[in-house]
Design a protein around this ligand. Structure first.
Ligand code: ADP
Ligand code: TRP
Length: 350
């Protein structure tokens, strides 16, 4: 189909559906937290909603100013999303910097954001602590750029992990402020997860969350080789086991069960839960070594096909480039429509 024909077809077929948007920073390798907090929902949502998913490469500059490996990371994030089940024909899969309309909306929203509220956000305070030598203005206005990402498509559902709740609250505040000052323009966006609670996947030591740039040894990456997965799980924190039946589960053990529930069969989880809660002649039954071995094998079976497919895709750079170009065309069609409404509302249409 000619480019325009393709766009018209896409816009018509997606007009009536609710709009969904989410983004991932290309600051490292994707991990199980990204998958279960965000990408699993992306894949489920692609049939029901009009979806925009993107790689937040502008956001990554706030903490990772060195761009030597950025291109490679962006393409890997795209490949890993497709390997997890995203269909670039069904959704718009694009790179943030390919949609310059976002930057203009960011500018208008910046005039409605206050220094005081931005300084108070948890992620800003955390990052000031982590990089005191580079407290740049982009870091301060990070939530404004994120709001522009969302509002540029007038999205209402944003599939994200629990750590993003505050950024979503700020996006709603900026949207409300814009609507109040310039007239009703944006619907209010909310964080979304199919099960009501937002997800937070902890590291294998039960401390801190799995993350691209922190806690590397306790994070399971989608690109981890089988042996790396087995080794990390083997080293996961456990203890001598419960001393009495039906004990309270320590959080690091609960976390192993949480991971097991995500990748293992129901019966397998049930068996280890029963073992945890029962004792035989005064000794606890559960053997954490066995549980970790089982978890490691189930995790390998889960991650391995994703890793292989992502590697295959990364070897086909031309295809990845074609996908993000097509994604940018879809995203720009929607973004420019919003921007012309915004310009009119602000009075910048001459
Ligand atoms: P990271 O924190 O690893 O750098 P991003 O900030 O780019 O990853 O997050 C991309 C998506 O993955 C967001 O929706 C975020 O909420 C989600 N996410 C990241 N880490 C976790 C985690 N440990 N548990 C649940 N969701 C997570
Ligand atoms: N801040 C998000 C994160 O660190 C990434 C992101 C940027 C995002 N823009 C977004 C997520 C818009 C959802 C919607 O995970």
């Amino acid at each position: 189909m000619a480019k325009n024909g393709f766009l018209i077809h896409y816009l018509r077929s997606s007009m009536k559906k609710e709009i969904v948007l989410s983004g991932i920073r290309p600051t490292g390798f994707l991990h199980l937290g990204n998958y279960f907090g965000a990408m699993r929902n992306y894949v489920r949502m692609q049939d029901e909603y009009n979806c925009y998913f993107f790689v937040a490469n502008w956001h990554s500059l706030t903490t990772h100013p060195d761009t030597q490996t950025l291109k490679e990371s962006v393409l890997r994030v795209v490949a890993e999303n497709i390997a997890c089940g995203l269909d670039p024909e069904k959704v718009s899969l694009y790179v943030q910097s390919d949609v310059p309309e976002i930057a203009e909306l960011y500018l208008y929203l910046n005039m409605l954001a206050y220094k005081g509220e931005l300084e108070k956000t948890t992620s800003f305070k955390d990052k000031v602590r982590m990089q005191p030598e580079n407290v740049n203005a982009g870091l301060l206005t990070y939530p404004v750029l994120q709001a522009a990402d969302i509002l540029i498509h007038r999205a209402v559902k944003v599939p994200v992990g629990k750590d993003q709740e505050q950024n979503l609250e700020m996006a709603r505040n900026f949207a409300e402020r814009f609507n109040y000052r310039y007239g009703e323009t944006f619907p209010l966006p909310y964080a979304f997860n199919y099960d009501s609670e937002l997800v937070k996947i902890l590291g294998l030591d039960g401390n801190g969350k799995m993350s691209k740039s922190e806690n590397q040894n306790t994070t399971l990456f989608l690109a981890d080789e089988d042996e790396a997965i087995r080794n990390k799980i083997k080293k996961a924190k456990t203890d001598q086991g419960p001393l009495t039946p039906n004990s309270v589960m320590p959080d690091y053990i609960e976390n192993l069960f949480t991971l097991m529930k995500l990748v293992s069969e129901k019966d397998t989880v049930q068996k280890f839960e029963d073992d945890f809660n029962n004792s035989s002649e005064g000794n606890c039954i559960i053997r954490y070594g066995d549980m970790k071995k089982q978890l490691a094998e189930d995790m390998v079976s889960f991650i391995q096909p994703i890793r292989y497919q992502a590697l295959d895709l990364q070897n086909n750079k031309d295809l990845l480039i074609k996908i993000i170009r097509q994604g940018a065309d879809k995203a720009r069609a929607s973004a420019s429509e919003t921007l012309s409404i915004v310009r009119k509302a602000v009075g910048m249409d001459y």
